[in-house]
Write a new protein. Sequence first.
Length: 316
Amino acid sequence: MSVFTPISEAELRAFLEAYDLGALLEYKGISAGISNTNFFVTTELGKFVLTIFEKETHEELPFFIDLMAHLSDHGIPCPHPIADAQGTYLQTIKGKPAVMVQKLSGVTLNSANVAQCHAIGAGMGSMHKAADAFDQSRENERGPSWWKQTADAVIPHLSEDEVTLLQDEIRFQLSHRNDQLPRGIIHADLFCDNTLFDDDCLSGIIDFYFACNDVLLYDLAITANDWCSNGDGTLDSERVSALLSGYNEQRPLTDVEHEDWPVMLRSAALRFWLSRLSDLHFPMEGELTHTKDPEEFRRILLDRRERSEELLNYWV
């Protein structure tokens, strides 16, 4: 959600002519995040978010946009895309795909408490159930093939110990692929900063542009690593239990998922260590950019590797 593609007021006013949203009142670039360009846009008829896609093509985007519309229509608190006067969601600005969505109430979190962990667990469980009825699918493009490709790219920039850790974890994950785990559509990036809260109440799940079909437990592991980790990379047992409890209330977890919980936590840590290494060493150019520290997820990965048996004690 950085600003890689600046737009002028005149360009935005011309873009908004396709909509029935009234006159532009103000707009502001959003500096958080690392993938797309985002602006808060206020018109006479309300507040919206404009996303300009820096990597995705017009052909790729209907899956994400239609998924948000489907989930919103099924009671999940996510931003509904805004159609233009012709009923079309996906637009173009400055030669790039773009979409307008509702701006939801609430604020993003820097860290989560126990009640908020329970709320996002329940929200994710509800989201996974609602997505069952969605009639499109998409492969996870940040899976094993991407791990290996990205590892090859970043290895020249790493220390010997980091290279050893990275290569060993990829070998481990490739030997522990469990096809028996329940699968479906996952968010795949449900960090604290991709949610909105009014106090302890979940008011929004946002930024669905990594959504894909994969193991449901993997989605939960991604969230646990971000929402429930301490500064040293260890997990806070109370927050993990709250997250799992909230999820389990909506979609009961299975014995097989229990067994693979430590593996999924490691897999999720590997994925985000790799993506942060890639963003650090091969950054996109932008007017406002925000790159996150890969060291955080190296510490998390090391902890998950060292505490595999202990991680099962946090299960509900």
